[in-house]
Design a protein around this ligand. Sequence first.
Ligand code: ADP
Ligand code: ADP
Length: 230
Amino acid sequence: PGPLRVRDLRVRYGPGEPWALDGLGLDVAPGARVAVVGPSGSGKSTLAAVLFRFRDPDSGTVTLGGTDLSSVSPDVARQAISGVPQDPHLFDSTVRENLRLARPEATDAQLWDVLERVRLAVDVAAMPAGLATDVGVHGARFSGGMRQRLALARALLTDARLLVLDEPTTHLDPDTRDAVLDDLLAAAGDRAVLLVTHDLDRLTEMDAVYVVVDGRVVQHGTHAGLLARD
Ligand code: ADP
Ligand code: ADP
């Protein structure tokens, strides 16, 4: 049972192209921490793009709490499944306006609260240089970790019961990677998390791990269970 049930997903980027997802299925239980791992090109980001409703699958289903997400609009779907895409699409404005994209009526008090939960010490009225372009020359300068925290804060303002984190720490300095991931997972609270990663170090703390190769799940289970099977 829910929240997330993915069945037989098939996606390709053009006629005659190989299948980026080739019958992929997985489940995420309510509140569970689930990792999707696999080599580069195995289809992990394509899965995330389907879950974020950036891309429609050629076939297959994504249901959340029993609702087929293809039956609702992308905006409704993004209130149900949110998270941090590889490129979180922050835009050059205030922190407040970036956060209000997820919840236009949010008060500053709610924004302060969510920024505290992701441990981002920044003024909601600040207009950090280069939020969107990463080439800021003046004003507050956002680091990669700060951008990930802001993107997660935005996701936490939705009603999402599932947060998808697509390689949330890949572009970060190895020294801050663990701390940022710790904070992202803690901030997720009791929401389910699907973590797309090629970092194998953190799998022991996940409730389940799916290994994806060539767009298909080749193994799944707990980290300990997968090791025992080898
Ligand atoms: P991963 O995230 O595991 O590295 P991807 O989902 O990015 O894998 O890629 C899966 C397959 O789809 C690869 O063969 C990749 O080349 C292809 N692919 C991904 N994005 C595109 C795209 N925008 N256009 C064409 N092919 C793509
Ligand atoms: P729709 O028209 O279905 O709402 P859009 O393509 O307009 O979808 O995308 C909605 C939001 O998602 C926009 O902010 C857009 O920039 C962002 N977006 C779309 N595709 C991607 C992607 N592959 N990666 C990251 N963000 C994306």
